[in-house]
Design a protein around this ligand. Structure first.
Ligand code: AMP
Length: 585
């Protein structure tokens, strides 16, 4: 490790000073109502609509000419939309939905690639009072069917190729009223399916000027995301319009959005990061967002940052590890000097990745923590604070987090336990769709139990240990897979590591690691021995892996999380459980 703490250099340009300059005093004096709720415009009559706050508000405030979105298509296309155009087009789609008879709270599934129409449709549906449920476009028919059935989907917006992929199962969705097809630029020559509606025809027949926004309140449902548990079917997490308040203020303080920022979020809208921080947070803060249709590509991403002068970049550890694997020399071929802030979420950010980022981007990557259920960032490394590599930072102003023991009592700093949050934050999920019992089971002794394990240090920084399900008990020591994985990826041969507890008659569990290798390194007994020695030197002998297997592909979710439970099931020959979110590359 090059350093234990990455200190900030003083920012002299006042325009670049962090929005949250003095964490301690802002936290001490923070008031949700005064500092956040009152900063929204609200609707006449006291309602709240997240799409209004994200789009229309900027037009009402005289910023209609500002760019809201620059779309970069996978075939080299580019489209630009100002906030005024975005309002106009989303009003038009709102009118389309009203013409189709949408009612307050109707679930509209969006199953498509990152096209401008996805965002226009999403904002239009929200303004018309619908609930958006975006899905990963890489899903096959079964996960789409399960989710649409569970939610009682009423409308589906999709593209011809994706429609073809799920056609056979669509008749199963008895609640489905209309399928709207977006055949962007005539990409598909297939004849339309009878009964489907054409997005562009509907749009030209609709009148945006006659559209009237639904009278949504802060308590109305807005967004639904399915998260998969380790067992059972995925659960539909339901968020309300109110969530936008925290998405806005976390964008302002944790991602440090400034009005003239150009922002690049690499998350897919099928994952909560792709809506909370790929729609709501950036647009409520009035920034220009890059929508990149293509998938992961180190040089493709760097080129976007260079050519579009991206200032704020929000990505995930899995992507950072892939960038590391592609090599620092690739970054160095591009001009990254426009960047002012890099954030990461979704998994623990290995200290090695923070150090690598600092070396190649000239700034640390800032880890922050939250989950689908929390709807917005809860804990973060802020631009004004020193980064402690491996830590997920400190709780957001207005948020109380704690580490609890088995009896759900708060523990002193230094001990690892269950990570919990005091309920009542604005972007808290409303429920799991039709699973109230499961929702209620997440609350104990006045805390929301996150399902993660963590510890706090003396200065109030939180350190992630692992999902509660993934923590390993070896000879009485509780070992978080993250610390073992982080140690392994410090070795130059290792690209990614996934660590599990393997049942053992004596130690209860032993630590077993699965690793993928960087190009130019060969799997074999010699490298295995070397990695074991390397891990033992960094960790204690009890914590270092007892077994290491080389694998070609690390099983991950589509949001980039290592699926340790799958590694474990495969190791033990057990059923794999729900694998609908497994990435298949
Ligand atoms: P999801 O709801 O799919 O976004 O997953 C949320 C889970 O991802 C959390 O409960 C954590 O287990 C993990 N996670 C998200 N962000 C972080 C982070 N910064 N550090 C460690 N784990 C994280």
């Amino acid at each position: 490790m090059e350093f234990d703490q990455i200190n900030k250099t003083a920012v002299t340009d006042p325009a670049k000073r962090p929005n949250l300059e003095d964490y301690a005093s802002i936290r001490a004096n923070f008031d949700w109502w005064r500092d956040a709720f009152e900063k929204m415009d609200w609707l006449a009559g006291g309602g709240l609509n997240n799409a209004y706050e994200a789009v229309d508000r900027h037009v009402a405030h005289g910023h209609g000419d500002k760019l809201a979105m620059i779309w970069l298509g996978k075939n080299g296309e580019e489209e630009r939309y100002t906030y005024a155009e975005f309002k106009h087009e989303s009003d038009r789609f709102g009118a389309v939905m009203q013409n189709l008879g949408i009612g307050l709270g109707d679930r509209v599934f969006i199953f498509m690639d990152r096209l401008p129409e996805l965002y226009i449709a999403a904002m239009g549906i929200l303004k018309a009072g619908g609930v958006i449920a975006p899905l990963f476009s890489a899903f096959g028919p079964d996960p789409v069917r399960d989710r649409m059935l569970d939610a009682g989907a009423k409308y589906l917006v999709t593209s011809p190729d994706l429609r073809a992929k799920i056609s056979e199962m669509l008749p199963d969705i008895k609640t489905l009223k209309n399928v709207i097809i977006v055949n962007k630029d005539g990409r598909s020559d297939d004849p339309p399916v009878e009964g489907d509606l054409d997005y562009y025809e509907l749009m030209s027949a609709a009148d945006p000027d006659s559209f009237t926004m639904a009278e949504t309140t802060q308590y109305d449902f807005a967004i639904m995301h399915y998260t998969s548990g380790s067992t059972g079917k995925p659960k539909g997490v339901l968020h309300r319009h109110q969530a936008v308040i925290q998405q806005w203020i976390t964008g302002h303080w944790a991602l440090d959005f400034k009005f003239d920022d150009v922002y690049f979020c690499t998350a897919d809208p099928g994952w909560v990061t792709g809506t909370s921080y790929g729609m709501m947070a950036p647009w409520t803060n009035g920034v220009t967002q890059i929508i990149y249709e293509g998938g992961f590509s180190a040089s493709g991403w760097y080129k976007v940052i260079q050519d579009y002068d991206v200032t704020v970049w929000y990505t995930a550890p899995t992507a950072v590890r892939l960038l590391m694997r592609a090599g620092g020399d690739v970054v160095d071929q591009y001009d990254m000097s426009s960047l002012r802030f890099i954030g990461s979420v979704g998994e623990p950010l290995n200290p090695e990745a923070v150090v690598w980022g600092n070396r190649h981007f000239n700034m640390p990557i800032h880890d922050n923590w939250w989950q689908t259920e929390t709807g917005a960032i809860m804990c973060a490394n802020y631009p004004s604070m020193a980064v402690r590599p491996g830590s997920m930072g400190r709780p957001f102003p207005g948020i109380t987090m704690g580490v609890l023991d088995d009896q759900f009592n708060e523990m002193a700093p230094g001990s690892a336990g269950s990570l919990a949050v005091r309920p009542g934050w604005p972007s808290m999920m409303y429920t799991y769709w039709q699973q109230d019992e499961m929702y209620n089971s997440r609350f104990k002794k006045g805390w929301y139990i996150t399902g993660d394990q963590a510890s706090i240090d003396e200065d109030g920084y939180f350190w992630f240990q692992g999902r509660a399900d993934d923590v390993i008990n070896t000879a009485g020591h509780l070992v978080g897979p993250f610390e073992v994985e982080s140690a392994l990826i410090e070795h130059e041969a290792v690209a990614e590591a996934g660590v599990i507890g393997k049942p053992d008659p004596i130690a209860m569990e032993v630590v077993k690691a699965f690793v993928t290798l960087n190009p130019g390194h060969e799997a074999g007994p010699q490298l295995r021995r070397e990695l074991m020695r390397f891990a033992r030197d960094r960790l204690s002998a009890g914590v270092a892996p007892r077994e290491i297997d080389f694998i070609d592909i690390m099983p991950k979710t589509r949001s980039g999380k290592i699926m340790r439970r799958l590694l474990k099931a495969r190791e033990l020959g057990l059923p794999e459980g729900d694998t609908s979110t497994l990435e298949d590359d």
